[in-house]
Design a protein around this ligand. Sequence first.
Ligand SMILES: Nc1ncnc2c1ncn2[C@@H]1O[C@H](COP(=O)(O)OP(=O)(O)OP(=O)(O)O)[C@@H](O)[C@H]1O
Length: 209
Amino acid sequence: MISLKSVAHRYDQQQDIRFEDWQIDAGSQWLLLGASGSGKSTLLHILTGILKPTQGSVSIKGTSIYDLSSKELDQFRGRNIGIVFQRPHLIKSLSISENLVIAQSFAKLPTDLKRVNEVLDALGISHKKNAYPDQLSQGQLQRVSIARAVINKPALLIADEPTSSLDDNNAAVVLDLLMQQSGANQATLLVATHDKRVKDAFKHTYELS
Ligand SMILES: Nc1ncnc2c1ncn2[C@@H]1O[C@H](COP(=O)(O)OP(=O)(O)OP(=O)(O)O)[C@@H](O)[C@H]1O
């Protein structure tokens, strides 16, 4: 379970951006909507432990994340939060499977090649495990991003505009894989998007005003 309580953030001398309280059940799948400038990126940064809000508390699996030391928070993030960005940010000098292994080591988890292979298989890219990022297509790279995000079985899987740079076919595949992977790992899925092709797939919506 994830919860936001009385959260607000203020940049410099600007007005507070207030976020409605939110209880997110484990394994539920949410769409995050809001006009440009309403605070979506701010909220995603708050939920991923990157930006401490000026007010309120954020709790993930019973841990109030901003009460952790920065070292503890780094480790917590690596183990419990998976992030998929609009474009994959993979390490170019590492192979696909090495990119996943390094995500295990960032989270201070032992290397688990069985898990790496299992995830690559589930995402249909095991044949590319020894290839390098610049040898893959956009759609394949986005699958690797999902693989990297779920490798440590996170409680929270966040995707920020994961489909907007993809064609219809790949957008449908990526959305399907995100939902499947969140289901398989019982991860809460939160997708922020303007992509109309994606919106109908979600039952729950959190909207910023
Ligand atoms: N680092 C910052 N310093 C000062 N103001 C900021 C900063 N980041 C965002 N803001 C302001 O906070 C508000 C919310 O910004 P945010 O980026 O969260 O919106 P958004 O909903 O993600 O927008 P978009 O859909 O256009 O990306 C905006 O008014 C923005 O100008």
